[in-house]
Design a protein around this ligand. Structure first.
Ligand code: ADP
Length: 467
């Protein structure tokens, strides 16, 4: 088995600091089992040259290589094309996308820089696994440098219908560069099907057997690898002293009332204002919940430098004030909005203390919170997951209550159903979801992708140049 090389925008941490997501845990596991190299941006801006000095760190058999970006590259590549162009387009939000030639050039430029820094570090028996929308053209650039090792790509966010993606200027050229990968993984079978359809309808490719797409001399395996969490660890967290201390504080505050919980980064894809309005609709349409059921929204700010994110936070603060001033009682506040992060163990305690997990993104690649909420429930008295049909997680969690996040009535109806669900039905829905989460966990996700990548054999000499 060769060495695994992982490329992702942010690298590490190698140890579970309590904040690391399931992704870092899964990748660390894959890297330590094969030995490997993890390559990406340091998160730092340095003006000393386009890319600052390599920062290398060796933990057991894993080498971390992190490079800096200068301000101009950060602005056009990261804050620009990645987060103002690709992020909204791939989440179906053409209305929020910025199309700017300078962003596109910066994106290509940074991909070339990353490829040229990575190239000399590669060895003959390596296999390379590239992550996410920051690096879609990376393999094409590496192929131009005569890199022949297998290269795979996994997209963590949705891949939209071709009718949506076609609005991105030069979409055809970008997707064509992706055919330089040997394996392309998506979160759901719908995303994978959208990609195949783009290759066939927009690029003139053909479909082969087993999810393969073909275009000229390229044959690429296109497949869904739904990402999992470390379900067993999450199931243990609520029993840790940290989680129990915080659950006890929450229980005291709730005083026998029930709680709905939402946990999301502040992002326009997460449907947060719609969620707050749906909760107000629950209180209006089913008034027996007034004074009895509250919504706790935990939401750390993200990408705070982008205007769209500042606006959404303001809107949420306004909505919280509006709903609370309308419905509050002397001893009950309907919405508690905590704009901060918590360690994962504490989050697990919050999940367990909440009778309903409310996960209503307008569009989401997977949504790990849905999985974490289920994993953290008490088997003898589990809470109910109310889940947007537009989250990737919905494909693998048919036992959740599925709702349309755009409809406050539908979400309110789903919440009422969850709040009134008898124990035997709650158990019957929870158990198969939990079993599936344990089977299809983070380790299973990375090992199935890596197995397919290793099985792929690149035909010598076949290379596709960036269109
Ligand atoms: P995304 O990757 O778009 O942010 P996911 O739901 O897939 O959405 O993953 C979010 C991750 O971030 C989860 O692992 C979740 O536990 C974590 N997270 C979200 N909100 C918080 C918070 N307030 N404190 C700590 N972790 C959080």
């Amino acid at each position: 088995m060769g060495r695994l090389v992982v490329v992702s925008n942010r690298v590490g941490p190698m140890k579970d600091t309590g904040k690391a997501g399931g992704l870092a845990v899964a990748l660390v596991d894959a890297l330590t089992s094969s030995g490997g190299l993890w390559f990406g941006w340091s998160g730092k801006i340095s003006e000393e040259g386009t890319f600052g000095p390599f920062q290398q760190q060796k933990t057991k058999s894993v080498q971390l290589v992190q490079i800096d970006m200068n301000q101009a590259d950060h602005d056009s590549f990261y804050a620009g094309y990645a987060n103002r162009t690709l992020w909204p387009v791939l989440h179906y939000r053409l209305d929020l996308a910025v199309f700017d030639r300078a962003f596109e050039n910066g994106y290509r430029h940074v991909n070339e820089r990353f490829a040229s820094r990575l190239h000399p570090l590669l060895q003959q028996d390596d296999f390379v696994w590239v992550h996410d929308y920051h690096f879609m053209p990376l393999a094409a650039t590496l192929r131009q440098m005569e890199v022949k090792v297998p290269i795979g790509f996994f997209l963590h966010i949705p891949f939209p219908a071709p009718e949506v993606l076609a609005a991105l200027p030069n979409a055809g050229a970008l997707i064509r560069t992706m055919l330089a990968y040997d394996v392309i993984g998506f979160q759901t079978s719908r995303d994978a099907a959208n990609f195949r359809r783009f290759v066939v309808d927009e690029l003139g490719g053909t479909k082969g057997a087993g999810g393969v797409v073909k275009l000229q001399d390229r044959q690429v395996l296109v497949k869904a690898y739904p990402i999992g969490i470390d379900a067993e660890a999450f199931a243990q967290f609520p029993a840790t002293p940290d989680a129990q201390r915080n659950s006890a504080r929450l229980a005291k505050q709730l005083a026998g009332r029930r709680q709905i919980v939402g946990v999301d980064r502040i992002d326009y894809t997460k449907g947060l204002p719609e969620r707050f309005r749906a909760f107000a609709r629950l209180l209006e349409d089913y008034p027996e919940n007034q004074g009895q059921v509250s919504l706790m929204q935990v939401a750390p700010p993200s990408r705070a430098e982008l205007d769209a994110y500042i606006d959404i936070r303001r809107e949420l603060e306004g909505l919280t004030g509006h709903v609370n001033s309308r419905f509050s009682q002397l001893d009950w506040t309907p919405i508690r909005f905590l704009a901060r992060a918590f360690p994962r163990r504490v989050l697990a305690g919050i999940y367990r203390s909440s009778h309903v997990g409310l996960v209503t993104p307008l569009r989401d690649g997977m949504n790990l919170v849905a999985k974490e909420y289920v994993a953290a429930q008490a088997p003898e008295d589990p809470g109910v997951l109310v889940l947007s049909r537009f989250a990737g997680a919905a494909e693998g969690m048919p036992e959740a209550i599925s709702v349309n996040p755009y409809s406050d009535e539908d979400v309110a109806r789903g919440l009422q159903r969850a709040l009134t669900m008898p124990l035997d039905e709650r158990r019957a829905r929870w158990q198969p979801m939990f079993d599936r989460l344990c089977r299809e966990d983070a380790k299973n996700w990375s090992s199935s992708f890596v197995a397919d990548l290793m099985a792929s054999r690149r035909e010598v000499g076949a290379s596709l140049t960036a269109a």
